[in-house]
Design a protein around this ligand. Structure first.
Ligand code: GEK
Length: 243
């Protein structure tokens, strides 16, 4: 069970400077992401539909930046074809340790290997599906094109990347409207204005969002043939990219 996220409601001296996926974050992570990302639960609810159409027998399914494995589990429980192996990667050892316990408690029979790894230098091969939910936004901008290329090369023909990201917007008006409504969403989830401001400060320069057009161009340049933005909830979106 996730604890309630009160990390940014604590006295300033006990707070981390820059945001990190460390033990205190792991303890509250499920609550934090649900109350911070509008549409997160619906994205997870729709994931099985996309998994069932993408995954082929005897292939691998990767979850990149798996955290506590919410998307890994959504996919794992949906896989109906034989010979599939799942691999969840995250570079936070604390996240991986907890995620391994969560996977061990799940009674799905699809083999799953949760590893501490940097997704920018991990090999990808024989993949029919890669999930990358809200992780690319934490990778250095300079490393993103190469990472997308490696993922595309590791997918089999017809293989699918599901890429969920926080978006940046082209015009100041659209950006301001999205920011305002995202703020209101967080307030509606019980966060105070002070908590919201402190979290924003901690995550600035750590989470770098790109525009939808930038993502679409990068996915094309990485070698994907078809790219659709199939889901958006305020400033959070999911793309499907098909090799
Ligand atoms: C979910 N997908 O619940 N290599 C590996 N892991 C990384 C890297 C990297 N280079 N950079 C960041 N991470 C999940 C949510 S959270 C999103 C993903 C969020 C990991 C980081 O340790 C963290 O666990 C995850 O990416 C991002 O559907 O917190 O907004």
């Amino acid at each position: 069970m996730s604890e309630k996220d009160t990390l940014f409601n604590e006295p300033t001296e006990t707070q981390p400077g820059s945001f990190e996926f460390n033990e205190p974050v792991v303890r509250v992570f499920s609550d934090m992401i649900e109350r911070s990302v509008p549409g997160y639960r619906q994205l997870l609810e729709l994931t099985p539909l996309l998994v069932r159409s993408a995954v082929t027998p005897n292939s691998k399914v990767y979850d990149l930046g798996c955290s506590l494995g919410a998307a890994t589990l959504a996919a794992r429980r949906a896989i109906q074809v034989p010979g599939v192996e799942m691999i969840g990667l995250d570079n936070s050892p604390e996240m991986v340790a907890r995620c391994q316990q969560i996977m061990a408690q799940d009674n799905s029979t699809v083999p799953v290997d949760i590893r501490v790894a940097d997704i920018t230098d991990h090999p990808y091969q024989n993949a029919s599906l890669c999930l990358m939910y809200f992780t690319l936004q934490f990778v250095a901008l300079s490393q993103r094109p190469e990472l997308l290329k490696r993922i595309c090369e590791g997918l089999n023909p017809g293989g699918v990347l599901l890429l969920a990201e926080k978006l940046r917007f082209e015009t100041p008006e659209e950006q301001a409207w999205m920011d305002e409504h995202h703020l209101d969403f967080k307030r509606s989830q019980g966060y105070s204005d002070l908590e919201i401001a402190k979290k924003r400060q901690a995550i600035e320069n750590v989470l770098i969002p790109q525009t939808a057009a930038e993502h679409e161009t990068a996915l094309k340049q990485a070698g994907f043939g078809h790219i659709h933005r199939w889901f958006q909830c305020l400033n959070f979106s999911c793309f499907v990219a098909i090799k």
